[in-house]
Each structure stands twice: as C-alpha cells, then as structure tokens.
Design a protein. Structure first.
Length: 215
C-alpha cells in the first residue's frame, strides 16, 4: 500500500500517518523530519535546508526528490509506505510518478486532509513537538501526560521554529500556491480521496481506514 498524504501544514498529516503506520505496519516517511534530523546533525543537507525552512519556504526540488526516491528503495518500504510532506510541488509529483513508473510501480492512494486555514492557524498555535524524538502534541487536544515532557522519550516539548504564527502564515501561502495544485494532479490520476480534517482524530482515522480498505 503506497500512500501520499496531502494537506496544508498543520492539517494533521503527521498524526494520521503515524496512526496508519501502526495499523498497517508500513513506514511513514516525512521529508520535514528528514530535514530536521539533518539540521540537528549539522549535515550539509541540513545547512542548505535550514534557511528555507525557517523562512517558511520550500526547500528546492533538487534537494528533495533524489533523497525520497533513494529512501523508497530501502527494505522497509517493500510492502508500501506513507509519504508525509512529499510531494509538495508538481515537479516533485512528476519526479515521483516517473521514478515509480520505471519500476512498474505507482501510488495507490492520495489522501487530502482538508481543513480551513483559520482552523489550521488556531491549531498550529497549540502544536508542540518533542525536541528529541519529534513526537507531536497539542496543548489542548493531545497534551502530554506530564506538562512539557514527551510521553515517548522524556524529551522536552517545544514550539517548532517554523510554527511561529508569522511563519505559519507564510507556509499557508506557499501551500496554496505550490502544493494545492497537487490535489488536481492526483484527482486526474483517479487516486484522490478527501478526508474532512475538522472531524477530529478518531473520525478521521476511521474515514482514512475506510478509504484504504475500499480497494
Ligand atoms: P513539514 O514538517 O512537512 O511541515 O516540513 C517542514 C518544512 O520542511 C517545510 O516548510 C519545508 O521548508 C521543508 N520541506 C518538507 N518537505 C518538503 C518538500 N517535499 N519539498 C520542499 N520542502 C519541504
């Protein structure tokens, strides 16, 4: 099962990807997490990506595409995967389609988590992440058991640099300009399912499962 998660930053792609991973035992691959790990480790890729990310812009396609295509060759992807945050532009989607086609392969589902911008801005204001393992929380909707401390690894829970309100605004603009056209792209390929992200975690997971089990 090969799945793409589409939707604005903060719509919940990462949270749902994690649920699908647990339910269907396929890895979730988040390009945002890959970049954050590289920034933390001080790699060349991390150094190149940081400036774009901090400004709320996309990292250039040429730094993203090969990285993802290589990652998909790894053993854990042989039964499928969920791509969270990739593709984010039409050239990225085309590169992915082409790379998979060469292996006589293709994406099975593109899930769009649909949410109004206002709801996203509100949600992002409360989003927090573990600085150590990247687990995601929300101060109201998904609080950690102990305030400020990650349930999974005991790390500190912080506001992500690019979740600051002015950067969120920029990221939403970038989403509408560069990423939203992918909805039409995957619709034309007959792969798109729209999930109403305003329904809450449990209902969204149920809706996603219904889609994935419909084929
Ligand atoms: P995310 O965690 O998915 O919200 O990604 C955080 C940031 O990483 C984005 O705002 C971009 O700057 C960068 N990024 C992640 N995935 C991509 C991608 N597929 N293409 C370009 N930039 C990306």
């Amino acid at each position: 099962m090969k799945i793409i998660m589409l939707g604005a930053p903060g719509a919940g792609k990462g949270t749902y990807a994690k649920q699908i991973t647990q339910k269907y035992d396929i890895p979730a691959i988040s390009t945002g997490d890959i970049f954050r790990e590289n920034i933390k480790a001080g790699t060349e890729l991390g150094k190149k990506a940081k400036g774009y990310m901090d400004a709320g812009n996309l990292v250039p396609d040429e730094l993203v595409c090969d990285l993802v295509v290589d990652r998909l060759q790894q053993e854990d992807c042989k039964n499928g995967y969920i791509l969270d945050g990739f593709p984010r532009t039409i050239p990225q989607a085309e590169a992915l389609t082409e790379a998979l086609k060469k292996q006589d392969d293709g994406i099975d589902f593109a899930l769009e988590i649909n949410m109004a911008d206002e709801a996203i801005v509100e949600r992002m204001a409360g989003r927090r992440v573990c600085e150590k393992c990247g687990a995601t929380y929300h101060i109201v909707n998904i609080p950690p058991k102990k305030e400020g401390i990650c349930d999974e690894c005991g790390g500190n829970i912080i506001l992500r640099d690019d979740d600051a309100p002015e950067t969120v605004k920029k990221r939403l603009e970038v989403y509408h300009e560069q990423t939203a056209p992918l909805i039409e792209y995957y619709k034309n390929l007959g792969l798109l399912s729209v999930i109403d992200g305003s329904k809450g975690l449990e209902q969204c997971v149920a809706d996603i499962s219904a889609v994935l089990e419909s084929k």
